[in-house]
Design a protein around this ligand. Sequence first.
Ligand code: BGC
Length: 471
Amino acid sequence: MTSTSLVTAVNDLVEEFAVSDKVLNDSVNYFVEQSVHGLAETADSSARGLPMIPTFVTSVPTGEEKGTFLAVDLGGTNFRVCSLKLNGDSTYDMVQDKAPIPQELMVGNCSDFFGHLADRIQQFLETHHSETISCAFEEEGAGKPVLFKMGFTFSFPVDQTALNRGKLIRWTKGFDIKDAVGKDICLELQNAIDARNLPVHVAALVNDTVGTLMSRAYTKPSDGRTLIGCIFGTGTNGAYSERIKKIPKFDAQAHPEVTEKIMVINTEWGSFDNDLKVIPNTRFDKQVNENTPNKGFHMFEKRISGMFLGELLRLVLTELQSKKLLFTSGSGNGKLSVAWSADSSVPALIDGDSSSDLSLAGNTIKEAFGYETTLEERKQIQRVARAIGKRSGYLSAIPLAGLIIHTKALEKFDKIDIGADGSVVEFYPHFQEYIHDALRKTVIGDDEKRVAIGIAKDGSGVGAALCALVA
Ligand code: BGC
């Protein structure tokens, strides 16, 4: 039997995690206001507003691009090296190697970290390109022949000063290599590559959302205009193209090489509303923030993305246990009291269990925290997991609606396409449904039907290659 007090406590929690229409609409309005503001204001490490970073990418692909490129991708827990052949007909061939980044390097020092990345590039070239290296790109007149042009997908906030130059503003998603902050990330990688005498030129620095936008436009899976590339994975962020005359902080005269009329903007929307003027702030959100290295920043991301959903669930369950409403017998495996012990697959699997006895949810809880549960307890835990996931989906609609309104896209195009990537949007139960529901509750209303969200695979590989091509 579940105690009525557990049900009552969960009722309150579900209410606390609900996003009201007012919060949704106030947040969309604030996002539109903040994007205009961010386009005018330089994003350095002390700025708290929406960064809105000009990326120096000035065109979106047509699908006819051709060539072979290297791409490396550093975004969350893995480092991926790939070579891509763009066939010029919206298709591509890719070879890739992927490996987790050793935890100690994620919080170590800059030179060990970039040395490790260059070692991985070297291994990849030795494995996959020892024969073909000579057929790749050659640049005449340079000191040493540059064989491969490489796109570097680096999915952290960077103040970009050229297509292949940019200083790290701050780390997110648990990385904390202190002496890398403020350094030019491309130069660091290029130096490590040169120290190993590898024939690789880092031609473009690409945020994963920019890569997603580019690859979605290249592969053209839908008939709508691709407006936004976004990630809902370990972290969250989005990119879109803006008219240069609407970016007051971009000094076009200082960059005569930029002759196009548009530029892709990396919004870094994970940092939306760092001052918590409109987004929800429960006691659980406060605890999550306290436990992160980037305290007070990326506050929007901390309510939405995969890195935080399991932790939010863990904190709620800990509170229910401390009130003696749950896990009152047995001692568990100790992980309930360990911060970050549950990743987003824990709430996702609990939420997604549709069996009558919620056995999958039960096994997931047992595996994550070591406790046996009754069916009634599992039902209540599932309600909590669902409330956390639903809030994440609803909040995710805010920047999408904000950018659709800001760009007046619904007035310009019949259909709008949004390319999305990341474990949360791909696997979290009902996530896309929640985004659509929430979009409908904004001023977009029924026009939400004209907005299609599609999974854009390989954004950080294909997109980086496409950026290396324009370099
Ligand atoms: C980073 C962004 C990135 C996003 C998704 C965020 O934490 O700041 O640069 O695009 O994660 O990977």
